[in-house]
Design a protein around this ligand. Structure first.
Ligand code: PLP
Length: 459
């Protein structure tokens, strides 16, 4: 039985702050990416000596590696609740890759309609525009929509080919009523893709979903693998997205015979280590148990959101506290711009968060209630290469290793900044990235280190 908080690789490392002190790093950025579970790191270390080329070699190590890879595929299906052979798992790079893959593979025509929502991450928003028409479910000021709203959009004509919907928002942590939505879509004969990037590490996946996509790096396996699960039929006909070795049975100068899926979908040498790591994470999460994970994260989520809402001058985006969410909170300070809040949390307190639009521009525009004039102003400046006006918020997101004490330190830091306490050092905003940097030369924060800064402005 796992004890919470669950230890992760790198926990407890100290990071330099602008006062010259080192502080234990507090990562509140799990919604972006998570450190490895120790079991994942151990399994990778154990597997590496046995690593070999898979599917195309006869050596013993290649047999071991091929088995490990195929086991990982089976683990993904089990994790998705898919128990019969009519489904398959395609190992991809990440959720973005998986959804792009599916968008291509559904063989949509420009007149086909895919219903999606304004709550989506760009990964489940942009790929559909390439192959079909999108019809959107709008959200209200709290960033949520009802089952009735979705049904109304599904019922418009022409009938949609797919409902592509997130399992949980990466901005507000909101969990759309998936079971009901799956039921409504299926009653209408419409298949559903669930973008499970935020769901997979926190909540059991909905087995009724026709297609599921998720990423290893958000579920404690940061080794570059993700997965697309869906009915085998979809992948049996037609060309795969990627052309190349491993995806074919026969090739001649003017002929190609594609092999069976899932190999047909995985041209090129696959990420075996990533798949093995992701499978270990899936097994670990299952062993820890969803009720325990949910209880831990619900407690932290409430602490985060209620704690932020209680700080004068702080506005939390998203649904009210009564609505269950993931342990994610996006917020604004009345008097301090979001990139400066994030920079001060990092440089003064050793706290890692994300700021900006979180790759969900349409959602942020709605949550922030931006007028068309406000949108036009920042868009013009971004087109000129100046990202300083990009709107957004600050996001704190907990993970298995987060403690209530860490959340308390974070809330204290936000209260401190919101109270108007000046920073001990001046900060300057970079035009190109929109990020703030402290203007002084201490180890870790020197001018020469700025190039290493991760720009949150892009989305
Ligand atoms: C809801 C959601 N969908 C998709 C993605 C894209 O995931 P990846 O960057 O691993 O492709 C993310 C990443 O933040 C996400 O939060």
């Amino acid at each position: 039985m796992a004890r919470f908080p669950v230890r992760l690789v790198g926990d407890g490392l100290a990071v330099p702050c602008v006062d010259g002190q080192e502080r234990p790093y507090i990562s509140l950025d799990g919604a972006a990416s998570t450190p490895a579970l120790p079991a994942v790191a151990e399994r990778v270390a154990e597997f590496l000596p046995w690593y070999g080329s898979i599917h195309r070699a006869s050596g013993y190590k290649s047999r071991v590696a091929t088995t490990a890879y195929e086991d990982a595929r089976d683990d993904a299906l089990t994790f998705a609740g898919k128990t019969d052979a009519s489904d398959l798992a395609v190992i991809c790079r990440n959720t973005t890759d998986a959804i792009n893959h599916l968008a291509y593979r559904l063989r949509l025509s420009p007149d086909d309609v895919v219903v999606t929502t304004v709550v989506e991450h760009h990964a489940n928003f942009l790929p559909w525009s390439r192959y079909a028409r999108r019809r959107f479910v709008e959200c209200g000021p709290e960033g949520t929509f009802s089952v009735e709203q979705v049904c109304a959009v599904l019922d418009e004509r022409p009938k949609p080919r797919l409902l592509a919907i997130t399992g949980a928002s990466n901005v507000t942590g909101w969990l759309p009523p998936l079971d009901l939505l799956l039921d409504e879509a299926h009653q209408r004969g419409i298949p559903v893709l669930v973008d499970a990037a935020q769901l997979a590490p926190h909540v059991p996946l909905p087995a009724e979903a026709d297609f599921l996509a998720w990423s290893g790096h958000k579920m404690y396996a940061p080794f570059g693998a993700g997965v697309l699960v869906g009915p085998r039929d979809v992948f049996c006909e037609g060309e795969p997205l990627l052309f190349g070795g491993g995806a074919v049975d026969l090739v001649d100068l003017d002929e190609v015979a594609w092999t069976d899926p899932p190999e047909r979908e995985e041209a090129g040498s696959p990420n075996v280590v990533g798949a093995v790591a992701m499978a270990t994470a899936m097994r670990e999460l299952t062993a820890i148990g969803w009720p325990a994970i949910r209880a831990h994260e619900e407690e932290l989520g409430l602490q985060l959101r209620a704690g932020l809402a209680a700080i004068p001058g702080v506005r939390v985006l998203g649904p009210s506290l009564e609505t269950p969410t993931l342990a994610v909170a996006s917020f604004l300070l009345d008097e301090v711009p979001h990139p400066l809040v994030a920079a001060r949390l990092a440089a003064e307190y050793g706290i890692g968060v994300r700021h900006g639009c979180f790759c969900a521009h349409p959602y942020l525009i709605r949550l922030l209630g931006l007028s068309s004039d406000e949108q036009a102003t920042y868009r013009q400046s971004v087109r000129r290469g100046d990202r300083r006006l990009i709107p957004g918020a600050v996001r704190a997101s907990a993970m298995l290793s987060t403690t209530p004490e860490e959340v308390q330190v974070f809330l204290g830091a936000v209260a401190d900044i919101a109270s108007g306490r000046p920073s001990p050092v001046p900060f300057a905003q970079d035009e190109l990235t929109g990020d703030y940097w402290p203007e002084l030369d201490v180890p870790g924060w020197a001018a020469a280190d700025r190039i290493l800064g991760a720009s949150c402005g892009r989305g």
